[in-house]
Design a protein around this ligand. Structure first.
Ligand SMILES: [Zn+2]
Length: 365
């Protein structure tokens, strides 16, 4: 056991108290001579006497502290907190000195690493065979922040390096542009490649405030050479929470809902294909697969809702379609119906308001 630590306070900086062992005290009775000297006005004493008295007091103090430490050790403790010193006067000019405190066990605090991490879907994209940035990851270990980007590498080129700018947006809509980050890869010849982390100067406390990331590639290197990218990436049009749910269902590279006008069709990956092609030129998704999973037509449902009069009937229409509707919309639609039903009891017909809200849910899709 190391040296017993003592304080008049209730703890030690950098240490945790692990057990409270109990009260300890040591007492010494000091004789009358000492008391006389002690009680005398110090300034009246000669230089010599003063020194002698100080030395005596120090010796007394030290021996009591030593005893106190021993009694702490006897209690199998390693520290004493709340030390106090008291004097008690006895008869015949004798007086007692009592030093007491609480014996405790203390343990040095471990310096814990603080790790936080944030992942953001990239909300812009390239619709050609450029390595496609799909997810940005920020890790903060204490104050050191690193950024890494996951890319979709559709044709499994051997990607060696990517130089890109990353624009981050926080919840206050404040933007931060980090230019010319050089990302490297352990293994670049697979479909999904994750870069090695790159240091970035962003303060660690800011990363939890981030909500959006856009990545603009300027150059990339494959085993075939260096390629410059002059295309401007396209911004994803849907709100971020919709993008997240689209990616969960259609794959991390998904950036668009499947749409077609008979002439062309837009793939989940964002590439616009000719009507005659069955498979997307960029990602290889089959048009038929996307068609079958998005057969639900909100306009048809909304038209049917318009033929009804009350929210209770409109809700019945919704329930006919509910199984075909994407999970991401279901809760929102049911909530619209419930609040419509509630309001209709007190405010009269809510048909128009409810249908307007339903239309808003599907806007832009
Ligand atoms: Zn595609």
């Amino acid at each position: 056991m190391g040296e017993v630590m003592i304080t008049a306070g209730n703890g030690f900086e950098g240490y945790d108290i692990t057990d409270y062992i109990g009260f300890v005290n040591v007492q010494t009775v000091v004789g009358s001579n000492f008391y006389k000297e002690f009680a005398a006005n110090i300034t009246d004493l000669s230089e010599n006497e003063n020194e002698k008295l100080t030395a005596k007091l120090e010796a007394l103090n030290e021996s009591m502290i030593e005893k106190l430490k021993k009694s702490v050790e006897r209690r199998k403790a390693n520290a004493l907190i709340g030390m106090s010193l008291n004097y008690t006067q006895f008869s015949g000019n004798n007086f007692g000195v009592i030093i007491s405190g609480t014996a405790v066990n203390i343990k040095k605090q471990e310096i814990k690493d603080k790790f936080i991490s944030k992942e953001l879907y990239v909300s812009n994209y390239y619709n050609r065979l450029v390595p496609r940035p799909v997810r940005v990851r920020l890790d903060a270990l204490n104050k050191d922040v690193t950024i890494s980007v996951e890319y979709y590498n559709y044709n499994q080129d051997d990607i060696r390096a990517i130089r890109a700018d990353v624009e981050l947006t926080n919840l206050y809509e404040e933007k931060l542009l980090i230019k010319n980050l050089d990302f490297s890869f352990e293994r670049g010849n697979v479909t999904q490649i994750e870069s090695n982390p790159v240091e970035c100067k962003l303060p660690a406390k800011d990363i939890m405030l981030l909500k959006d990331a856009k990545v603009t590639i300027s150059k990339y290197v494959t085993s075939r050479g260096v390629f410059a990218v002059n295309d401007n990436p396209i911004n994803v049009e849907m709100p971020l929470h919709r993008l997240a749910s689209l990616k969960e269902k259609r794959g991390i590279d998904a950036v668009c809902k499947y749409v077609t006008d008979g002439m062309i069709w837009t793939c989940n990956c964002g590439y616009v294909n000719e009507a005659g092609t069955d498979e997307c030129v960029v990602c290889g998704r089959k048009q038929d697969d996307m068609k079958s999973t998005s057969k639900f037509n909100p306009d048809e449902m909304i038209d049917k809702m318009r033929t009804k009069e009350y929210v209770i009937e409109i809700k019945d229409v919704l329930m006919e379609y509910i199984k075909e509707i994407d999970n991401e919309y279901r809760m929102e639609l049911l909530e619209i119906m419930e609040s419509g039903l509630q309001y209709e009891k007190t405010r009269g017909n809510m048909k128009e308001t409810v249908i307007e809200k339903v239309e808003k849910v599907f806007e832009g899709h």
